[in-house]
Ligand binder design. Structure first.
Ligand code: F6R
Length: 253
């Protein structure tokens, strides 16, 4: 895994957006895998700026989102559909028929998982997948213990994930307890993966990810089995990992 260290969240967002713009300019009909959550917001802000400055057009590009809550309508403002509209789609020229997000309100949720998995294949796979890192090491909503062989699936959200995401809801009871998510094997099929990690709050899990062997108890370690993963991490997120490295170096002198 290649690590790009940046000074702060602003630089992380600019760098991530720059890589997406480069991908689309090289391949206008690229399939970009999108993540939601706080970390990706700045990236979308820079993508909107790049579009407004005519540095890129999304007219032929395709987006496939990692996940959506179960039981929440796309119109609900807490849905990831609404998040994507608000942060990206409402401000760029990607046609609505090119936006793919799992439907968490589907009557047949298992059927929806199969359809989503097949849709990604029909699109020719994901060229560049954006991924955030959960405090418990999840990627997409694949919580600790998820098989690395998993495909798009319905998952129970860990209590820690519900608590972390409660900030987007009025009360804790409103936070869904299930989601539909690309599986780990689905994510690993992407040609290139970009993992974004920012802030002191992620320092502990990033250190664990970088130091650990592949283990299902830290889903993000699955990324170590992929040959084109770039981590963009800011100084705060890397602080604990580097502290330990520095201590090791000192004790060798
Ligand atoms: C969101 C997703 C999650 C988040 C992760 C980090 O689509 O799949 O894995 O990327 O929980 O979330 P933030 O960026 O809010 O810390």
């Amino acid at each position: 895994m290649k690590i790009i260290k940046v000074n702060n969240y602003e630089e992380l967002s600019k760098k991530a957006a720059g890589l997406i713009v480069e991908t689309i300019n090289h391949k206008p009909d690229a399939v970009i895998g999108m993540a939601t959550g706080s970390t990706a917001e700045g990236t979308y802000e820079y993508l909107v700026k790049a579009y407004q400055n005519k540095e890129v057009s999304f007219a032929q590009a395709i987006s496939v989102n990692l996940d959506e809550y179960v039981g929440i309508s796309p119109k609900n403002e807490q849905s990831y559909h609404a998040y994507m509209d608000q942060h990206l789609f409402d401000h760029i020229d990607m046609p609505a028929e090119n936006h793919f997000i799992p439907n968490g309100k589907a009557e047949d949720l298992m059927g929806e998982c199969d359809r989503y998995e097949k849709r990604i294949e029909e699109l020719g796979g994901v060229d560049l997948q954006l991924v955030g890192l959960g405090h418990n090491g999840h990627i997409g909503f694949n919580e600790p213990g998820t098989s690395f062989e998993s495909k798009t699936q319905i998952v129970d959200l860990a209590e820690s994930t519900r608590k972390a995401n409660a900030r987007f809801f009025e009360v804790m009871e409103e936070v869904p307890d299930q989601a539909i998510t690309m599986g780990i094997a689905t994510i690993l099929k992407s040609k290139r993966i970009l993992l974004l990690v920012s802030g002191k709050g992620k320092a502990e899990i990033l250190k664990k990810l970088l130091e650990s062997e592949q283990t299902e108890s830290i889903p993000a370690t699955a990324l170590k089995g992929h040959n084109d993963v770039t981590i963009i991490a800011d100084a705060d997120a890397l602080s604990l990992y580097e502290q330990k490295k520095n201590r090791e170096l000192k004790s060798c002198v």
